[in-house]
Design a protein around this ligand. Structure first.
Ligand SMILES: N=c1c2ncn([C@@H]3O[C@H](COP(=O)(O)OP(=O)(O)OP(=O)(O)O)[C@@H](O)[C@H]3O)c2ncn1[C@@H]1O[C@H](COP(=O)(O)O)[C@@H](O)[C@H]1O
Length: 107
């Protein structure tokens, strides 16, 4: 399975872990640490992803990218951010130039 629905399923699992026992779930343990701890993990996973990209190891890059996406989804959940808020941002940008987007942000 390699399409976006895996992200949707993962988001459901993460939401379910909000009420799970941290002793039996890595996600529940992460969520119990709060936004600062989860944000730190996202930063660490981003750095590990960058390192693997620079090393040129595709398999490790895929694995670290999966870690990064998982931790980012946990961060959205802990922050109360609805995935649709992110999907909407991406949809708004569809068909526009990235350079136009950058110029609009600087106005
Ligand atoms: N996709 C993931 C996923 N990706 C990465 N990880 C965990 O993220 C951690 C990243 O490893 P690190 O070395 O960076 O961190 P660590 O040393 O294990 O932990 P720290 O003490 O440093 O925080 C590992 O423990 C991985 O198991 C994940 N843990 C869970 N999921 C998904 O979440 C679901 C629910 O998991 P539980 O909450 O554990 O039931 C699973 O079925 C998966 O679908």
């Amino acid at each position: 399975m390699s399409d976006v629905t895996v992200l949707e399923r993962l988001l459901v699992t993460i939401a379910e872990r909000r009420t799970a026992d941290p002793d039996g779930s890595y996600t529940a343990k992460l969520l119990s640490g709060g936004v600062p701890k989860i944000a730190q993990k996202v930063g660490e996973e981003a750095v590990e992803t960058v390192i693997e990209a620079l090393r040129g190891d595709r398999e490790s890059l895929a694995a670290e990218s999966a870690d990064l996406l998982y931790h980012l989804l946990v961060l959205w959940t802990a922050s109360g951010l609805e995935p649709t808020e992110v999907w909407d941002k991406l949809a708004e940008r569809e068909g526009t130039s990235g350079l136009a987007e950058k110029a609009a942000r600087q106005d």
